[in-house]
Design a protein around this ligand. Sequence first.
Ligand code: PAF
Length: 296
Amino acid sequence: MRVLETKRELQAWSDAERRAGRRVALVPTMGALHRGHAALVGIARARAERVVVSIFVNPTQFNDRRDFEGYPRTVETDLAACRAAGVDVVFAPNAAEMYPEGAATWVDVHGLSEPLCGANRPGHFRGVTTVVTKLFLAARPDVAVFGEKDWQQLAVIRRMTTDLGFGIEIVGGETVRESDGLALSSRNVRLGPQARKQALCIVESLERAERMVADGEADAERILEAVRATLARAGQARIDYAELRDPASLETVSGRIEGPVLLAIALQFEPDPDGRGSAVRLIDNRVLGRRPRADA
Ligand code: PAF
C-alpha cells in the first residue's frame, strides 16, 4: 500500500492506472476509520481494480472549532486498517496541500445544502463540496463511495457531480451499526457512558416510525410526534431536527405520506453530568416505506 501526500503524486498514479485499463475507486474519509468505512472499501473494491482512501480532517466543514480540534485523529491505526482492507493508496495530504496559501475558491450546492444539517451548521456543506471537488480532481476516480448515514451529504454530492460533469459514479453504502443498533460514527467514542446509552433512542425512534408506516400509519405529523416522544427520552440531548423529507429532493413531506419518505434525525448530546464524554452531535436516518432491497 502506498501513502501519498500530494495531489500531483495521486494524479500521476491514477492516470497511470487508468492508462493501464484499471478502474479507480475513491473512498473519501476524515480518518478514525471503523467497520462502516471498511464496508465502503468493500463496495469500492467490488467496483474497481484499484481503491484509494483519502484521510483528511477537513477544517472548512467544521463550523465549531472545538468539534474540529476534538475530532479523533488515529493515523497509525487507520493506515493499518487500510492495509488490512487491501487498499492500494492512502491519500493523506496536509491542510496546505488542500488549501494553498490564499485559497479563495468554493463549491456551493444551493437548495439541497440548506435544510437539515445545512440549517444548523452554516458553511458545513460548502466545506464538504469544496474538499470533495479537490479530492475528485486529485484522484480522478471512476467511482466514489459515501455512506448513507450522511444521506444529505450523499444527495448534495450527487447533485454537484452531475452539475459539474465529473463523470464519476457516486455509490451509497448502507449504514453499518453497532450490535445494539447505534449507527457507527467516528464521533461515538466521544460520548460519555450515559449519553451512549441514551443515544439508542435514535435507532428506537427510526424503528418505531418504520413500524408505524408498516402498520398503515400515513400521517406525517403523527409519525413525527411519536419520533419526538422517543427522542425526548434522551434527557441529555437536544433535538436539532427530526424531519420527514423526500429522499431525493429533500423537500419537506407533510400531511399524508405517499411512497418512500426519508426520516432524518440529528441530536446534540451534552457531556455526562459527571463530566465524562464531550458534546457530540449524532445523525441518523431511515427511508420509511421502502421496499426491502433485493439483496437484503
Ligand atoms: O463524510 C465524511 O467523512 C466527510 O464529510 C468527507 C466526505 C470525507 C469530506 O471531508
